[in-house]
Design a protein around this ligand. Structure first.
Ligand code: BMA
Length: 913
């Protein structure tokens, strides 16, 4: 054996051993067999003047650093969002020292990897400028080899105020204005977020504060290598021919290659589906450019027993791991990454529908048409480092517990943390992913476009690995803004042409083109709302992007009575609709003082960021309810909170039920609704907003209602002129057989129904059908209901063994302010016991609460006070004298502790005099 050969054999043996070792010790996500220095941890954060110096946590941000150092209080407390505005106007810098060894310095390449800098920053190492950033959504990799020294080194990241940078960028954009200039005054926000690639809502939104914070918000590290490292792995499975090949798993490996090497870097790249030792591809490769990419395909033939990934409610959320290694031939250096993937197909069906002009707009997953049920996700905190994994999990578990299967990650926030997508994969929550552009025009110069191109490329590769992500969407409402001239873009033909061109450039030529070049496995929509294919036909800005015959629709109407379903647009897909409510007193009191707890307090005004929002909530309430009465102003405030939640729950219930029952029919040319995502799931802080989950995760009444109006099988009662109708909606893929629909008439003064109507029926899955249709007047007459005001109706299903199946629904025949016989009742909490064996995901233990009422009561509300957790049902109509509900606390709780905190009330209790 020649020395050369011996060397090769030895290297091969080392390499093989390394590969198997890599996968043995591989932690869940990634492993780099190269020198790394983790720079996360404690830095020094200083302001521009140098008079404030505090510990700076990385990853983190300046606001939470100042708070931890005791320099400021809770930024969410009372008016602090405005008080602390100076923080975002300063230029902060973060610095620290770190040690470098001689061994590390010997590597040919040494880079600083900044996973996320927020936002405009200059980075120096040992006083040398090594790079700049101006996009919080990008990872930056800076070459620092030449400036490092053995022993102690210093790194400094100097940020520029995002607010000042945006203002400056706007000022220097002299050719034409890029609107809007500033948010409405009620938002108490900052101007020109569209000039900076930063979380748009960090300059304020109509549900959130302006905290344009600064900091190193993601991991930062140093990486040293000699030949090449795997920077990213992008995995997209597509369906095979179904006979010999089940799936083709396309693996793109993005490599950073040593620039110092004069000849191409050679090596072996290997991709493997974990758990299937014989399912791998191995190639000899030559890497030429400093950022080269390799494509490999894993052919999953029918001999491999793989399972598909399904959305919640349709099957298992099976996940696989693809391991990729690169081994350099010259140095034996190994770089490896492990990426999770799920096998599923997604299709956005836009085809003609009989009896309806336009096109359908619905998703098929693994060839099954699915009605998308859910809501819109916004950033969970203004300070991202405060969002823990358990917190994220609780929000997403709450979505699942409310029978949602989809969330839209809205375009004014951030490309979410990996946690969100990981947990969505695991729970089966489909994600409609917006790109981060919202409610604005954008400055489309070459720098901006280049910056965006890089951002899109990185985010598609990161987020696109998740089977949960089923669609890319270019922006929030910018097509609509242009079409309807929200920002004065239509004042002259010349201007209008210009803005349209900019729009197409940004979202079609850059965003969409970048996405298509990377990912052909999912649908790509230019805007939400849009008319889908029709938008494209109209050169990307449709005359009316809200057309009910195409695409998705956003719809807000605070003027009309929300119990009147005829006011709602019968869209193909409702991707936003909503009504506000106040969060619970319990949540609000954490950031306020006793002076604030009245409707007319400055605080109550201050936290409302939507023009006339508080009045709109009360006006909507007045359609059906008398406003709370009483002498104690704080109690009155608390009662108004409760009422606002009742109103919000009823509004969204009515609208969502309308969408769900419209899935199988075309009436007057519209229908086939296949999606209902209300606005909005979660909150960024404690204030009146459209959310169903409060900041902290507490469920508003709406969230309990969502669990019912999104149930897989449910009934809907409504009146269509003189007719009373009940639809049965089923999202099941199987047929319902031998099921009974029960429709009952009740009075407000008895626990016994006046009449029970039943019908046994069979029904196909994935459809909505009318099972009951009678003239209201006749049905009530039959029931001996003397007048509408005295009665209400319930509907529900019984299975073939006559057991209740799915939720019970109810329908009020009059506004409750005019209901006759509706009286104050006495509702009491009886025994509370611990259920030892009952466990719910996310709950520490389960308690059982017994309730008793002296008469029928609408909107029965249980409040667990300071005990965090949720009930199995809440906000319900109680028309039995005794009822049992479960309580699922976040932290384990004793029966006595819950007993002390729990309160119960119903609608009539808010009328105190
Ligand atoms: C929609 C959203 C958000 C906004 C919400 C409520 O248009 O896209 O911009 O917060 O309405 O107004």
């Amino acid at each position: 054996m020649t020395t050369n050969m011996a060397l090769k054999v030895r290297m091969f043996a080392v390499t093989a051993a390394k590969i198997s070792l890599v996968f043995l010790i591989l932690p869940n996500f990634s492993y780099q067999d190269v020198g790394t220095i983790d720079l996360n941890g404690v830095w020094l954060a200083s302001n521009g003047g140098g008079d404030i110096n505090v510990n700076g946590t990385v990853p983190g941000c300046i606001h939470t650093d100042l708070m931890a150092a005791g320099q400021i209080g809770d930024p969410y407390f009372r008016f602090n969002d405005v008080e602390y505005r100076w923080i975002a106007k300063e230029n902060w810098s973060y610095s620290r020292q770190f040690n470098v060894t001689e061994t590390l310095l010997k590597h040919k390449e040494i880079v600083l990897v900044c996973e996320g800098l927020d936002t405009v920053a200059t980075v120096t190492v040992n006083g040398h400028n090594v790079g700049q950033s101006n996009n919080m959504f990008r990872r930056y990799t800076f070459d620092i080899k030449s400036v490092l020294q053995s022993g102690v080194n210093t790194i400094q990241v100097t940020f520029q105020s995002a607010i000042k940078y945006a203002a400056e960028k706007n000022r220097s954009h002299e050719e034409y204005m890029v609107p809007p200039d500033c948010p409405p005054a009620v938002q108490k926000g900052e101007c020109h977020p569209n000039f900076i690639r930063k979380e748009q809502c960090s300059f304020s939104w109509d549900w959130g504060p302006a905290f344009a914070t600064q900091g190193i918000w993601k991991n930062i590290s140093i990486q040293a290598y000699d030949s090449a490292v795997i920077r990213d792995v992008f995995v997209t499975p597509t369906k095979g021919d179904g006979k010999t090949t089940l799936w083709l798993i396309h693996v793109t490996v993005y490599m950073d290659v040593s620039k110092t090497s004069k000849t191409p870097v050679t090596g072996i790249v290997n991709a493997q589906l974990q758990g299937f030792p014989t399912l791998f591809v191995k190639n000899n490769v030559k890497l030429k450019s400093p950022s080269d990419q390799l494509t490999l395909t894993l052919n999953v033939s029918s001999q491999f027993k793989v399972e598909s990934w399904w959305p919640a409610g349709y099957g298992k959320q099976m996940m696989y791991k693809v391991g990729v290694t690169f081994v350099s031939t010259d140095t034996g250096e190994v770089s490896a990454k492990l990426v999770k993937t799920g096998l599923r197909t997604v299709e956005l069906v836009q085809e003609t529908i009989k009896g309806s002009p336009g096109l359908s707009f619905y998703f098929k997953i693994n060839n099954v048409p699915i009605f998308l049920k859910g809501s819109n996700w916004i950033p969970a905190d203004a300070f991202k480092n405060r969002i823990s994994t358990p917190y994220t999990r609780n929000l997403l578990q709450s979505a699942i517990d409310a029978n949602m299967n989809t969330l839209r990650v809205w375009g004014g926030g951030i490309y979410e943390h990996d946690d969100v997508y990981d947990i969505a994969d695991e729970l089966g929550i489909m994600i409609w992913q917006d790109f981060m552009f919202a409610c604005a025009m954008y400055p489309v110069d070459d720098d901006f476009l280049g910056n965006v191109r890089e951002e899109i490329q990185q985010q598609v590769v990161r987020i696109g690995n998740h089977p949960a992500v089923i669609a890319w969407s270019g922006n929030n409402e910018n097509e609509a803004a242009l079409a309807a001239n929200w920002y004065g873009t239509d004042n002259t033909t010349q201007l209008h042409t210009l803005y349209r061109e900019d729009y197409v450039n940004l979202y079609v030529n850059v965003t969409m083109a970048t996405v298509w070049s990377l990912d052909k496995s999912r649908p790509n929509i230019t805007s939400s709302p849009s008319n889908g294919k029709q938008t494209e036909k109209e050169n990307w800005v449709a005359k009316n992007p809200y057309d009910n015959h195409y695409g998705d629709v956003h719809y807000y109407n605070y003027k009309d009575d929300c119990w009147d379903w005829t006011k709602f647009p019968k869209t193909r897909f409702a991707s936003e609709y909503g009504f506000q409510s106040w969060p619970s007193y319990n949540t609000l009191k954490k950031v306020s003082t006793a002076d604030d707890w009245t409707l007319d307090s400055d605080f109550n005004d201050h936290r409302q960021h939507h023009q006339d929002g508080n009045t709109q909530m009360l006006d909507q309430a007045k359609f059906h309810f008398a406003l709370p009465s009483g002498d104690d102003p704080v109690q009155q405030y608390v009662d108004n909170i409760y009422l606002s939640q009742v109103v919000q729950a009823m509004c969204i219930k009515t609208q969502t039920e309308f969408y769900r029952r419209s899935r199988s029919e075309i009436i007057n040319g519209v229908g086939h609704t296949m999606g209902a995502l209300y606005w909005q799931l979660n909150d960024i802080w404690q204030g009146p907003t459209w959310s169903s989950l409060e900041y902290g995760g507490r469920w508003k009444m709406l969230h309990y209602y969502a669990a019912k109006f999104f149930a897989p099988v449910m009934t809907v009662i409504f009146e269509d002129k003189e007719q009373l109708k009940v639809y049965v909606v089923s999202d099941l893929t199987t047929k319902l057989s031998g099921v009974t629909l029960q429709v009952q008439v009740w009075t407000w003064s008895s626990f016994k129904p006046l009449k029970s109507w039943t019908k046994v029926f069979d029904k196909d899955g994935n459809s909505a059908n009318m099972i009951f249709n009678q003239t209201t007047a006749e049905f009530l007459k039959d029931a001996k209901c003397t007048k509408r005001e005295a009665c209400f109706i319930t509907s529900g299903l019984l299975d073939s063994k006559q057991k209740p199946y799915g939720p019970t629904n109810s329908y009020f025949l009059s506004p409750l302010k005019t209901a006759s016989g509706l009286a104050k009742v006495n509702i009491t909490v009886g025994k509370i016991t611990i259920l030892p064996d009952a466990r719910k995901p996310g709950a520490a233990n389960t308690l059982q609460v017994e309730l008793k009422t002296t008469g029928p009561a609408p909107f029965v509300w249980l409040d667990s006070g300071d005990v965090e957790g949720r009930f199995s049902d809440n906000g319900f109509l109680m028309n039995v004298d005794t009822l049992i509900v479960q309580f699922y606390p976040l932290q384990s709780v004793k029966a006595q502790d819950l007993e002390k905190e729990v309160k119960v009330q119903s609608l009539m209790d808010i009328y105190r005099k």
